[in-house]
Design a protein around this ligand. Structure first.
Ligand SMILES: Cc1cc2nc3c(=O)[nH]c(=O)nc-3n(C[C@H](O)[C@H](O)[C@H](O)COP(=O)(O)OP(=O)(O)OC[C@H]3O[C@@H](n4cnc5c(N)ncnc54)[C@H](O)[C@@H]3O)c2cc1C
Length: 453
């Protein structure tokens, strides 16, 4: 049977009814790029993926992939490619005794929570519960409690992959180990389609405690200086972030600084001890308000991050990773913190210090701090300005930047190359593996500036 017929109504060529809807749906961001794939395959299983890759080969098309569509630059949407939408590959097969799961790339963080919580199991998915594991894990995945676990991809034990020839293979430590190496961090530079991730699960922390302090923006130097200064001493079971925005606290007077702290502990006492440096900090007396440490019922209660990122709004996003001292980083951030262009726009400071050493895998570059710059708006006429604000402030941070975390796909807009994401030897190895696994360049690679027009 011709390959096209095998896919039947799951294949939409440009111009077909339903194509435009599928094209727009492929991008979570309310800002939809004009790029038009030649066709879109709404795959339902790994066989559909394999047929789609062979069809692309037959037609001389490149292949791109999307899972949850959260790539801010819509890295999966490529002009003239065959886009394989794997969001329907969302099965979860959990073995509670072995503490393992086999999940499809379309599984969302919230799906994992719903399935794992009753089994007292846990997986560190993205902080926003609508991010899919597909792009999250391929890009490394800095999820909940990541300072204790490391990036989520460390807990990937194997991947099922459709290769450039349309063949389905398993990759793990003992077979196709170089493909396994690449699947843990290559992100949009991966040269295959992952149809399943084999995950190692963690026991659900016995106690999850959260606390929040809201500080006036005028305290930014003092607060950030203190927080950044103690980043290496914070307990590894604390997941801390400082979000500067008007939106979360709904302050009528402009942005405030919301310090959110989560402790993932084995006992009440361990959680209290981990949060003590914050609950006892002298600075807390200057907070506009505080929520004292309280137990969180389950991961489903941690929806604060989702409130920052409703679907349908327009987003631009960049980040930097830094090893700079407080005296260098804090002044460098001042211009961004004092010029947020809309109430929902925000700057996040995240502590990455103290995580376990990275194993040998493509995900290889990690600073001790990450700063995210995010603009959020709804009026399309502001697109250029909102994007320019992000790029401008990311550029101003370049003197304190040691790399970028792939989630923002920042390289496309700032003209950066993949060396922003990888240690030099890891990038060389990745490109050598691309030659081996995808010599004809069936798969698109990193989204570069020239691809975005
Ligand atoms: C609101 C929001 C919150 C976020 N929070 C976090 C966070 O807490 N931590 C974090 O680390 N990141 C976070 N991110 C970034 C996010 O992890 C990345 O953007 C990730 O790529 C999204 O995965 P996705 O599958 O939803 O996106 P997609 O856009 O579908 O995928 C991104 C790219 O990954 C590749 N890809 C995806 N699936 C496959 C597959 N099965 N096979 C081959 N290639 C594939 C493709 O190249 C695709 O273009 C967040 C992003 C947003 C928008």
């Amino acid at each position: 049977m011709p390959l096209e017929r095998k896919l039947e109504r799951k294949l939409l060529w440009s111009g077909d009814e339903g194509y435009e809807q599928a094209r727009r749906h492929a991008v979570w961001n309310g800002r939809k790029p004009a790029r038009r794939p030649a066709g879109i395959v709404l795959a339902e299983d790994a066989d559909d993926v394999a047929v789609a890759v062979r069809l692309a080969k037959e037609r001389g098309l490149q292949v791109s992939v999307r899972a949850g569509g959260h790539s801010t630059s819509a890295a999966g949407l490529r002009e003239g490619a065959l886009l394989i939408d794997v969001s329907r590959l969302a099965s979860m097969d959990i073995d509670p005794l072995a503490r393992t799961a086999v999940v499809g790339p379309g599984v969302l963080g919230q799906d994992l929570d719903m399935a794992l919580d009753p089994l007292e199991l846990f997986f560190p998915h993205g902080h926003c519960s609508t991010v899919a594991v597909g792009g999250f894990l391929l890009g490394g995945g800095l999820g909940w409690n990541w300072r204790a676990y490391g990036p989520g991809c460390v807990l990937v034990r194997a991947v099922d992959v459709v290769t450039a020839d349309g063949e389905a293979v398993r990759a793990d430590e003992s077979q196709n180990s170089d493909l396994y190496w690449a699947a843990r961090g290559a992100g949009p530079g991966f040269f295959g389609v992952v149809t399943a991730f084999h995950l190692e699960l963690r026991p659900r922390p016995a106690v999850i405690k959260a606390t929040a302090h809201n500080y006036p923006l005028a305290m930014r130097g003092e607060l950030l200086g203190w927080l950044h200064g103690i980043r290496h001493e914070m307990s590894p079971i604390v997941d801390p972030s400082l979000c500067v925005t008007q939106h979360v606290a709904r302050s009528p007077d402009g942005p405030t600084m919301l310090l959110g702290l989560f402790a993932f502990a084995d006992s009440e006492r361990e959680a209290e001890e981990a949060l003590a440096p914050f609950t006892n900090a002298p600075l807390r007396e200057k907070a506009l308000w505080r929520i004292d440490p309280a137990a969180v019922g389950g991961m489903q209660d941690l929806t604060g991050v989702d409130d920052l990122y409703p679907a349908g709004l327009r987003y631009s996003h960049d980040n930097i990773m830094s090893n700079a001292s407080a005296s260098a980083l804090v002044p460098a951030l001042d211009a961004a913190l004092t010029s947020l262009p809309t109430p929902r726009s925000h700057v996040n400071w995240l502590n990455l210090a103290g995580s376990p050493e990275l194993p040998d895998m493509a995900f290889s570059l990690l600073g001790d701090t990450m700063v995210e710059l995010v603009t959020v708006w709804d009026d399309p006429s502001r697109d250029a300005d909102m994007h320019a604000w992000v790029i401008d402030h990311a550029r101003r941070l370049e003197p304190v930047t040691m790399g970028n975390q792939m989630s923002a796909d920042s390289m496309a807009s700032r003209g950066l190359g993949p060396d922003a994401y990888f240690a030099a030897d890891a990038l060389s190895r990745l490109e050598a593996l691309r030659d081996r696994w995808d010599p004809d360049r069936r798969f698109v690679s990193f989204l570069l500036g020239r691809d975005t027009v």
